[in-house]
Write a protein that binds this ligand. Sequence first.
Ligand SMILES: Cc1ncc(COP(=O)(O)O)c(C=O)c1O
Length: 401
Amino acid sequence: MYENTDALAVVRALRPDEPITLLRPHAATRAARFFVEKFQGKSLYAVKANPSPALLELLWNAGITHFDVASLGEVRLVNKFLPDAKLCFMHPVKSERAIAQAYHNHGVRTFSLDSHDELEKIVRATNGATDLELCVRIRVSSEHAKLSLASKFGADPSEVADLLVATRQVADALGICFHVGSQAMTPAAFSEAMEHVRAAIVQASVTVDIVDVGGGFPSVYPGMEPPPLESYFDVIHDAFEDLPISYSAELWCEPGRALCAEYASLLVRVEKRRGSELYINDGAYGSLFDAAHVGWRFPVQLQRSDTSIGTQMAEFSFYGPTCDDMDHMAGPFVLPDDIQAGDYIEVGMLGAYGCAMRTEFNGFGETETVVVEDEPMATLYSRSAANDVGLTNRQARASKK
Ligand SMILES: Cc1ncc(COP(=O)(O)O)c(C=O)c1O
């Protein structure tokens, strides 16, 4: 792993043939400290967003002690690198073997579920354990989020009360959890979901020990500039305080994206230009899955020494390196109009659901990693005035030129 100051320094030093993942440990540390200090409860890192061991370690060092894991692979991974971390198995549909191994071999005591079948599975796999923390996942709307998580998981409101009562009977601690969908653009997503939590508690008349508001905390992308995270935290805390639960009940959240989006960006090379289409050396099967499959617009910046001041900007789409027509990212990505083969582009905000999605399809997928010291292309955590619109000083300076 090399260390360098910023993307342009990496281009100058290496002129890399393969895409390079640029890591900003300081940005992930800053995000973790923010959650640890400002969220008035426990912040669990959702490992699926980026399972890199280096990131896990730096989040741990910044004060994140609980991890939301969704598979046995993630259980083993976190257990290996952070043996003292508390693991919460928050996938509501697990194999019995995965539950048994997590419980008996890895010390996992916290599981989520959204059906009676899953509850029975957990009881069987743990041999009727009496030290379980069980969180019932309820279905809530994803209407305020950019990526829906409303269809697949979550008990229906008509089943929730029964399931809470049944779970209460076997759980040492009973929780309610939900997910408002990823990249929730307004705190109202959480206040509305908390109304469903209230209704469920009232209907079931059970004592609830944990309220877990899940993930969904946003990051900043072109055309997606959310309000400050503090406003989400305030809404959640106020709603939590209002719930009919005991004083000792705990508030949890499970951020993925918000903790690691700023951690990584990607340096790619333009291999060919065809009009407004740029053929680049990473794509749908690499770190740009979301750009291809859900049309996510990541920020981009040309990394060229003699940046063409005064050159017109233009809109481009990207093709990735594989032979597949679907390896296409519509964007639009706004870049200087004189961009050509051999130029390098930095694609920002790929720390969450970017690096984690890489495959080696078609023989591509090789990437080196370089630690850089500059700011990410956008941040929700900087105290600068530019932060009001979600821009870093770097972008603010660029946009003044
Ligand atoms: C159960 C659970 N918790 C947390 C997360 C993290 O969500 P986000 O990255 O939107 O914060 C996810 C994402 O799919 C999830 O399924």
